[in-house]
Design a protein around this ligand. Structure first.
Ligand code: GLC
Length: 436
């Protein structure tokens, strides 16, 4: 039910068209420069941390969908202690996973700010036993470790007395320009605080679907952010005024139209911590999905949900550590690469070096034997196992002297060189990749 409500609001054709249009119009020459670190980064860690972790219920949606009353939802403020919060340990784990950036919820739709905003008392300093600014030490630690800083900020704020609605059924007003203006001043004030204190590299907006772009003043917000920091980047959820697409949960089956994109995905089925949700993806599954993303030229923003005391559940830490082993071993096939072969050439994900002369073919660790590569016209110089170095036997078939078509390559991969999760084969080409 919850899902249906979310999706109905998101998939409005008009807003889809609007975002495609504005993405195209806004693409300025400098965009590629601003997006460079993001395109090379491949992996980011998303963090949903908020009072919803106290009861372990849906972040903000629990009261919006009226599964719990607003007052009972807000009682969670009293249990949000952050007593075991160790931002340096979080950053260490994030870095170990191979992620190059993190995105933390500065404020979710419930309006509870994780920094000590002066715009309202609904923040962790003034209204929870945590009693302090939780963003500050995390951002400091990210910067110290050389990771890029992303801040999630919900445009809509169901708690704010001047926001038009509190839940799906409780409306405060429908049209009241004065109240809306007060709300906008509040939102703009919070964004200004976030910039002054943290100057994020990435603004990750959410909740835009409840109002139109003009109402959010999305264009103005974009200009304001780029005035503050000309190298900042913005996700697409600013009512179409962003820099890159954010498919949510659904892994695309073909390369998306957006030049830059990032799949945001939960580690189990929940964004925030929910003790009952045991549906964790295994490290192999996360790695497989990650490979699909980078093979189609995108990033993966993998979400974790810390507990109310600030500890990261061991199942989540385990996935990040396994990711780390794998991303470190296969780093040459990951960072700084571009999308690999188009559909139909290789039955699996692949990436390519930025200069197009090296292909990386990914296949699961339990499937040894031979790889088949189709439609590649450039001859293969050699094939080897990434992160291991073994040279492999390559044979070309279907390439008689009288045919101008590309042949079919078979690459033999002995079992002993397989990675237990996912193996990557490097294919060095005699020149730049040409396909049929
Ligand atoms: C959706 C949900 C929100 C979640 C976000 C993450 O927009 O509203 O709860 O934070 O997706 O991408």
């Amino acid at each position: 039910m919850t899902l249906r409500v979310r999706h109905l609001s998101r998939i409005s054709l008009a807003s889809l068209l609007l975002s495609c249009l504005s993405l195209a119009i806004i693409a300025q020459p400098k965009q590629d420069d601003r997006m460079k670190w993001f395109a090379d980064a491949k992996l980011g860690i998303f963090i949903h941390w908020g009072i919803y972790a106290v009861n372990g219920i849906d972040e903000s949606w629990a009261f919006y969908n009226e599964l719990i009353s607003y007052d009972d939802y807000m009682k969670q403020l009293e249990g949000f202690t952050a007593s075991s919060y160790d931002p340096d340990a979080w950053v260490k784990l994030i870095k170990e996973s191979g992620a190059r950036y993190a995105v933390m919820t500065s404020k979710h739709h419930d309006g509870v700010a994780l920094w000590d905003t002066r715009m309202s008392r609904l923040n962790t300093t003034d209204s929870t036993p945590a009693g302090r600014d939780l963003l500050k030490p995390f951002v400091k630690s990210l910067r110290h470790s050389g990771l890029k800083v992303g801040l999630y900020y919900s445009l809509l704020d169901w708690s704010h007395p001047d926001y038009p609605n509190l839940t799906r059924n409780i409306k405060r007003y429908t049209d009241d320009p004065e109240r809306w203006e007060r709300f906008m001043q509040f939102n703009l004030g919070q964004m200004t605080e976030l910039e002054k204190r943290f100057s994020p590299d990435l603004w990750w907006f959410d909740g835009d679907w409840e109002q139109r772009a003009e109402k959010w003043r999305a264009g103005e917000i974009r200009e304001m952010i780029l005035d503050w920091n000309p190298s900042a980047i913005i996700n697409s959820r600013l009512a179409g005024y962003g820099d890159y697409g954010t498919p949510e949960q659904g892994l695309p089956t073909h390369r998306p139209a957006d030049k830059y994109w990032e799949l945001c995905m939960t580690i189990n089925d929940s964004w925030g911590y929910q003790g009952n949700d045991r549906n964790y993806k295994s490290p192999s599954q996360v790695i497989r999905i990650f490979a699909e993303c980078i093979g189609m030229g995108g990033n993966l923003l993998l979400d974790i949900g810390p507990m109310a005391d600030g500890s990261i559940p061991p199942e989540q830490a385990e996935v990040l550590k396994e990711m780390g082993r794998w991303t470190s071993k296969h780093r040459q096939a990951i960072y700084g690469t571009v999308a690999g072969l188009p559909d139909g050439h290789f039955a699996g994900p692949s990436t390519m070096s930025a200069d197009s002369t090296m292909l990386y073919l990914f296949f699961p660790g339990d499937g040894g034997g031979e790889l088949m590569l189709e439609g590649v016209k450039t001859s293969i110089n050699k094939a080897f196992v990434v992160g291991n170095g073994t040279n492999l036997e390559v044979r070309e078939y279907l390439r008689p002297y009288w045919s101008s078509h590309a042949g079919v390559y078979f690459i033999k991969v002995p079992e002993e060189v397989l990675d237990e999760k996912m193996t990557v084969i490097g294919v060095a080409l005699d020149g730049k990749l040409a396909t049929e």
